[in-house]
Design a protein. Structure first.
Length: 86
């Protein structure tokens, strides 16, 4: 018997586009992946993504930034920070 309160999160950074189905199609509640590997094809200098159920994406965003900020702010790439400090 499955626990209805259990949430399933999958780190999909090496799994994008290599199977016929993606984790949400088979029950994952939340997935995360890298934009510098498969989908970004090393074009993106940094970054990643979180996708899934709206409430869980919001909770992940609050955890990765600060409560109340959510997805309003993102990371600053190294070249941007270097320019700011110069």
């Amino acid at each position: 018997m499955q626990n209805p309160n259990c949430k399933v999160m999958v780190d999909n950074c090496y799994g994008e586009f290599v199977e016929t189905s993606e984790p949400p199609m088979v029950g994952a509640d939340l997935i995360a992946g890298s934009l510098i590997k498969n989908p970004g094809g090393t074009i993106a200098p940094c970054g990643g993504y979180v996708a899934g159920k709206k409430d869980l994406v919001a909770a992940a965003a609050a955890r990765l930034s600060a409560p109340g900020l959510g997805v309003e702010f993102g990371s600053a790439p190294g070249h941007v920070m270097r320019a700011m400090f110069q």
